[in-house]
Design a protein around this ligand. Structure first.
Ligand SMILES: CC(C)(COP(=O)(O)OP(=O)(O)OC[C@H]1O[C@@H](n2cnc3c(N)ncnc32)[C@H](O)[C@@H]1OP(=O)(O)O)[C@@H](O)C(=O)NCCC(=O)NCCS
Length: 158
């Protein structure tokens, strides 16, 4: 049985591995090449542990990490599930938990940025009631450089 719960420090190394894999699945070819090159496994292991307080994980009964979300204020910052967990409904459960957290913090809407070329993620958000509000050039700093990631802004009323 899958459990959805706040992350603990010991979760964050598996979160970094999953984030690295999923980031390249969803972004490579759709963002500047320099940004893709900077998104190494080591870089994810550096940036992930400090995010434990923002993170909710989905974990299988045997302890395997299936996915995670990160929420900051009214932004759903990350929604990632493992390759094996895609199409299983785990991502929907994580997204619902993320929205519940945004609502519990007193916001009446949540937003997120999704890379324009990430067709699977866009379809996923749209089928769960999120609305495409248009272009959002998203500034990202990685490896000491700043890149503009061509994103769309999606919003959902809570
Ligand atoms: C984005 C993600 C969380 C969605 O979870 P998921 O379990 O894969 O989502 P679902 O399978 O429920 O929904 C995906 C939908 O996109 C469709 N789809 C799959 N590939 C597609 C493609 N190349 N183009 C368009 N739609 C596509 C699926 O058929 C499905 O739609 P349907 O239910 O109408 O058939 C997951 O795919 C993931 O972790 N991807 C890698 C990381 C990532 O991109 N995260 C988002 C960052 S903003």
């Amino acid at each position: 049985m899958t459990s959805i719960r706040p992350a603990e420090p010991a979760d964050m190394a598996p979160v970094a591995d999953l984030w690295h894999e999923g980031w390249h699945d969803g972004h490579a070819g759709h963002v500047p090449d320099g940004l893709t090159a900077a998104r190494t496994l080591a870089a994810f292991h550096e940036r992930t542990p400090p995010r434990v307080g923002d993170t909710v994980v989905a974990v299988a009964g045997d302890g395997t990490l299936l996915g995670f979300v990160m929420v900051v204020g009214d932004e759903v910052e990350q929604v990632f599930v493992s390759r094996a967990a895609r199409g299983t409904g785990v991502a929907a459960d994580l997204l619902a938990e993320a929205c519940a957290r945004v609502a519990a913090a007193g916001h009446d809407a949540a937003w997120l940025a999704v890379v324009a070329g990430n067709a699977r993620a866009r379809r996923f958000y749209e089928k769960h009631g999120w609305t495409d509000e248009g272009d959002l050039p998203y500034e990202v700093t990685a490896g000491g450089e700043t890149y503009v990631s061509p994103c769309r802004r999606y919003v959902r009323a809570l």
